[in-house]
Every structure is written in C-alpha cells, then in structure tokens.
Design a protein around this ligand. Structure first.
Ligand SMILES: O=P(O)(O)OC[C@H]1O[C@](O)(CO)[C@@H](O)[C@@H]1O
Length: 406
C-alpha cells in the first residue's frame, strides 16, 4: 500500500525483490543517492587536492589556540565529532561541536572557529562565522563555493575550503570532514597525513564496490544489513568513541534515508542503563512470546512484529593502548558481553568491526557499508532516499512568514 503524507510514497512491508533489480533501484533513486554515496572515496581525494590550494598561514601562524569550535548542524555538525575522535583523547586543546546559531559566550580572540555548511547558508554556520569575525577569533569556513558562507569568509579575510555541492548534505560527509581535519592539522591538533587520506579513500572505494547496486544480497554486505534491519527498531551501539561516531552517523542516515527510528550511542553509557531495553517489550519479551512456527514477519493480527535489532560497531582492538581513555581490553570485553546478552534473549545482532590503520580509515570502514544499507532499506520500502518532505515542511512551518505576508 502506498502511504505517508505530503507526497511521500512507500510501503510499510519490505520488498526484498526490490533490491535484486539494479535498473529499477536506480529509477527509484532519482536524486542519485547511491551514486553520491559511492563517491565517498573521490570526495576524500578531491577535498585533499582542493585543501592543498588553500592558504592556511592565517590560522597556523598564531600557533595553538585555546579551543577549537566546529559550528554547523546535521552532517556539518558531525564533522566536529569526527575531528574530536581523530584528534583523540590526548588532544591538548578542547574541540567543541556547536550546533545552534552563534557561538558560546566564552569564544574570543584566543580561539579558532571552523564554520561548516554544505549549502553554505545554514543559519547555524553563518551566525557562528559572523560572531567569530566580530569577536576576533580565527575563522575557517568550509562549504559550498559561491555561497553566503564564502562571502562572509572573504569579508573576514578568513580561509575558505570550497566543497563542491552534492545535495543533500548527508551525501557530502567526506567532502566536509576532510577540510575540517586539514584545518586542524594546520594548527597542530591532528596528525592526518597524505598516506592516511589515500588509504581512507581506497577503502571507501573498495567498500562502494562491494556495496554496489548490481551486487546481490548474499555478497553485498549493505543489502544484507538492510534486509536484516527491515521491520525492526535498530539499536546501534559503538564500543569506543570512534565506533560511537560511526553509530551516530548510521542513526542519522537510517532516519533521514530510510525513515527508521533508531537509538544510537556509546556502549559504555548504554551498559549502565539502556542495555535494559534488551529485556523489554521489543527485546526479550517480544522474542520469548514469538511462535517459532509462525511467519517470522507476522503477528497474530497479521501485522509485522516489531522487535529490536542490535547493530554493534566494534573498534576491533586496534586503538593503541597508550592513546585510549580506557584500556582496549575493557572495550572489547564490554562488546563481547552485550553480544552474549543479546544472544541469551534471542535479540538478533549484527556486528561491524573496524579495519585499517589510522583512525580516519577505521572510521571510514564503519561508515561505508551502513551508509549504503540505509539507502537499500529505503529502496526496499519503496521510499526515495533523498527527498525528505518532512524537513522542508518543518522549515516552512517553523519559519516566520516574510514581511507583509502575516
Ligand atoms: O550543511 P548545511 O547545508 O548547512 O545543512 C545542515 C543540515 O540541514 C539540512 O540540509 C536539512 O535542512 C541537512 O540535510 C543538513 O545536514
């Protein structure tokens, strides 16, 4: 049945066969989200090349700042979390993500502000750039060339990293994140080198190849992950700070692309509270009352059973001990423990384990497959993964009418 409001087309039940036909999948993705997501590796290379042409002496000459504020919302805001995790727990300068318009009151001339916006016009990034310039903070701007943000950076004589526009912003994660990292490198906060960038891009390319629309579900990890999640309430927990950034990204893309409600967070925190969900109505109770001979997708009344599905992002013990806040062995034991808990209660669990040497590559290894999975889940429900009318409707309803139209 077609459903939804405001021009949303889709169906509640998942159609697995929709993922078998490459041609119809591409037709159901008119905005080209599959293609844009496959460009992640290219985005890393392109951003690194464009960044090499940006003069950063203005921010690097003044040495180490008191703090770095990464200002932006949505995907742009996530770049602040990526910077924090790549800088690691030993970073000598606080890195603060700021997701509302303007800047915290304490930000001033001793600080660096990185304003990020894919469109170059989010009120959050623009107000932060404006406040940074007014308060004499060192400003760097990242986003759409020929935008208001670029003009603002030019007026403030601040470096600007152009990120060629790929709508929507969530399809530009890598194009936005790399300039933020390179700006932080210029002030000595991260050690990302050219080899890390090249290896990260290569890994993103290889994952895009494994997850390509033409690869069948039994060899395509993203289609398999999507079909496993179908009809469930996903819970996505990360075993380490880096894995938690990837978990939150998956929650963002599952919500925006596939319109699934997701709970995401750090396993350390969840283990002290939310892990109780595994026992509840959608967890152990749903599993223990399930008739094993019944259609796995149908309840007594014929409707789909709603159950939790745990997706565990593990850092794989690759975090160097001396760099970690807590011993890797503790993270690993906690991840093993939650898998055991899920197993004991019959809650299904997918595990994604990070691979690669650098923090950036490990993060990439935990985002590529899930990014594609969110698209396949949307397509299996007949949803256009790009168009989110609720966001425009929300903006329309919450923005004041222009002068003269009240
Ligand atoms: O990166 P931008 O263009 O500032 O947008 C911020 C956020 O707003 C949205 O465009 C929604 O309006 C998101 O897709 C995005 O992450």
């Amino acid at each position: 049945m077609e459903g939804g409001a405001a021009g949303v087309h889709g169906h509640r039940h998942v159609d697995e066969s929709a993922l078998d036909d490459e041609k119809s999948m591409l037709a159901n993705d008119p905005g080209g989200m599959l293609r844009a997501t496959a460009s992640a590796g290219a985005q890393v290379r392109e951003a690194a090349a464009l960044a090499a042409e940006t003069d950063l002496s203005m921010i690097s000459d003044e040495g180490r700042p008191r703090a770095v504020v990464v200002a932006g919302i949505g995907t742009a805001g996530l770049t602040g979390s990526i910077l924090s995790t790549v800088a690691g727990p030993r970073c000598p300068v606080p890195i603060i993500g700021h997701r509302s318009p303007g800047l915290p009151g304490w930000v001033g001339a001793a600080d660096v502000v990185i304003a990020v916006s894919a469109s170059g016009r989010s009120p959050e990034a623009l107000a932060a750039a404006e406040a940074a310039a007014r308060r004499g903070a060192r400003l760097v701007a990242v986003g759409n060339p020929d935008s208001e943000l670029e003009a603002m950076a030019a007026r403030a004589r601040a470096p600007f990293f152009p990120v060629p526009r790929r709508a929507p912003a969530r399809a530009s994660l890598w194009g936005l994140a790399v300039p933020v990292l390179l700006a932080a490198r210029a002030i000595g906060l991260v050690k990302v080198n050219e080899a890390d960038l090249a290896e990260t891009a290569t890994r993103l390319d290889a994952d895009a190849e494994r997850c390509r629309p033409g690869a069948d579900s039994f060899v395509n990890p993203a289609k398999a992950l999507a079909l496993g999640l179908a009809g469930s309430i996903p819970i996505v927990w990360g075993s380490s700070p880096l894995a938690t950034v990837a978990a939150r990204r998956f929650a963002d893309t599952l919500a925006a692309n596939a319109r699934y409600p997701v709970m995401a967070g750090a396993l350390g925190e969840a283990g002290r509270g939310r892990v109780g969900l595994l026992d509840g109505v959608f967890g152990g109770l749903a599993e223990s009352s399930r008739d094993i001979f019944a259609d796995p997708d149908a309840d007594d009344d014929g409707s789909a059973a709603t159950r939790l599905r745990l997706v565990l992002f593990r850092d794989g013990g690759l975090n160097p001990e001396e760099d970690a806040d807590e011993p890797v062995a503790v993270e690993e034991r906690r991840a093993d423990a939650v898998q055991t808990l899920a197993e004991r209660r019959g809650v299904r669990c997918d595990v994604l384990t990070a691979e690669g040497g650098s923090a950036l590559e490990r993060l990439a290894s935990l985002t590529a497959v899930p990014d594609f999975a969110s698209l396949y889940l949307a397509l299996a429900h007949g949803l256009d993964p790009m168009a989110v009318p609720a966001i425009s409707e929300m903006k329309e309803l919450s923005n004041p009418l222009p002068e003269g139209m009240q």
